[in-house]
Design a protein around this ligand. Structure first.
Ligand code: DHB
Length: 456
């Protein structure tokens, strides 16, 4: 018995020493706060603010995280890690909001982590310190911090769900796709990130602006006939044909190989699913958008038994959307918000060229021939696509991906390819192009949290 007590004392002392010598040991003081959601639900939680998540920070104001623990949370509670990255810029560590997934998560009993991270505008002493892949490394370091401290903090680092919108959606996708890959290891080590895994349980991506090195070609391919100078877009559009063939994707429903020849039909199937859902919920889609409808008649006298008849009609609950004229539909998208000019991304005034720029603040082109090896590698590290099939990465098992059906910030093939590749690799993917949604995120939280509870 005495021996056991001595052993316990030694172990306790050494745990203390480890924590004392460990600059990344969680030891923050919390403060109690309260949030009221729009529906009147109230949650009390403890806020731990401005916790440094690397031991060798370059930008101490932005390499910190906030952590929020709702009343009743346990060591098993899931953690929503919400990044507010937008425009690939620096993001600060915010507090939970009543109007997005953070407030909702607290009410539903999840812990919430909101890390700050550097971005294309981060500047310290006249040097730009947040160029790619720095912001991503910061977010990975925040995840490593949570795992390093998993025993010391409420919430389970094995149940982290990342969430972001637009450039933040891309970050969420990268966190989900590239975890633990050796490409990032030396950079994380140099920053003083905790030595821990950085894989996550689920990745929630709203309108991810991703696959940046193929986003221009995909954009011209999709919007070719919406361009006033179609011929000028054609060479770029042709590059997408090659790209789609090189991805060797398969239609997850039929197993059929996806190629430049059938890809538009595949895209249509996602749009039709979106329009169908809207119609089934009672929505009415104007004929000018180019959808064809089947109305199914029951077996009534005078009709061919069971025979569907193709007619054009106002929306009805029983109707099935069978086809869409893509030129019509894309014209509608472009009428809601002017398309980006060509090229949509690799232009020197874009957030993306700034992202791949240098420490002096010069932007850099990131596609085409003649990129340095160093830049090519940075572009690669900012693209989830190649990592999804790389066995050295730990790709998240669960994904929730949304891209609005009238969002033209990037083209539909970008999120569709991301979702399809993940499905092809056997991941659990909940994907949709929600009807009439623009470039936005954290919407339809009922749907998101229903899904979350189904996987947790
Ligand atoms: C964002 C939007 C863009 O159109 C883009 O090219 C990059 C980022 C954004 O909202 O984060």
């Amino acid at each position: 018995m005495k021996k056991l007590l001595v052993m316990t004392a030694i172990l306790a002392t050494s745990a203390c020493t480890v924590a004392k010598n460990d600059p990344l040991a969680f030891k923050a003081e919390g403060q109690t706060q309260e949030l009221t959601l729009l529906d009147g639900r109230v949650v009390r939680y403890t806020a731990y603010l401005n916790i440094p998540y690397v031991s060798n920070p370059e930008d101490p104001n932005f390499q910190v995280l906030n952590y929020f623990v709702p009343e009743g949370a346990t060591s098993r509670s899931a953690i929503l890690l919400r990044t507010y990255v937008g425009g690939y810029m620096a993001a600060s560590a915010k507090t939970p909001s009543a109007t997005d997934a953070t407030g909702r998560a607290l009410v539903e009993g999840l812990c919430v982590c909101i890390p700050a991270s550097r971005g294309n505008n981060s500047e310290v002493d006249g040097r730009f310190t947040g160029k790619a892949p720095r912001g991503l490394l910061d977010l990975k370091a925040a995840i490593r911090y949570l795992r390093h401290n998993d025993k010391r903090m409420p919430g389970s680092a094995e149940r982290i769900i990342t969430d972001g919108t637009s450039a933040g959606g891309a970050m969420s996708a990268l966190l989900g796709a590239t975890a633990n890959h050796p490409d990032y290891e030396p950079l994380l080590k140099a920053m003083g990130a905790a030595r821990a895994r950085d894989d996550v349980f689920a990745s929630v991506c709203y309108c991810p602006i991703t696959d940046l090195d193929h986003a221009d070609m995909a954009y011209e391919w999709l919007y070719l006939h919406q361009r006033p100078d179609t011929e000028a877009s054609r060479p770029m559009a042709r590059q997408f044909d090659e790209y789609i063939n090189s991805l060797h994707l398969r239609n997850p429903k039929t197993g059929e190989s996806l190629t430049a020849d059938n890809y538009m039909d595949y895209l249509k199937s996602w749009l039709l699913a979106s329009a169908q859902r809207f119609t089934d919920e009672g929505g009415v889609i104007d004929d000018s958008l180019g959808f064809q409808r089947y109305l199914y008649f029951p077996q009534t006298p005078g009709h061919r038994p069971g025979g569907p008849r193709l007619i054009r009609a106002k929306a009805r609950e029983s109707e099935t959307l069978s086809d869409v004229d893509m030129d019509n539909y894309l014209h509608y998208v472009a009428s809601r918000q002017a398309l980006k000019e060509r090229p949509a991304f690799d232009r020197l005034d874009s957030p993306e060229c700034s992202l791949f720029g240098d420490a002096e603040g010069n932007p850099a082109h990131f596609t085409g021939d003649g990129l340095s090896d160093e830049l090519r590698q940075r572009v690669r590290m900012m693209n989830p696509m190649p990592y999804i099939s790389d066995p050295r990465a730990t790709t998240a098992p669960h994904w929730y991906i949304r891209h609005g059906a009238i969002d033209r910030d990037t083209s539909f093939p970008i999120p569709v390819n991301l979702a399809t590749k993940l499905m092809n690799e056997g991941r659990d993917v909940n994907f949709a192009l929600p009807w009439n949604r623009r470039h936005e995120g954290d919407y339809n939280l009922d749907d998101l949290f229903r899904w979350l509870h189904s996987i947790l």
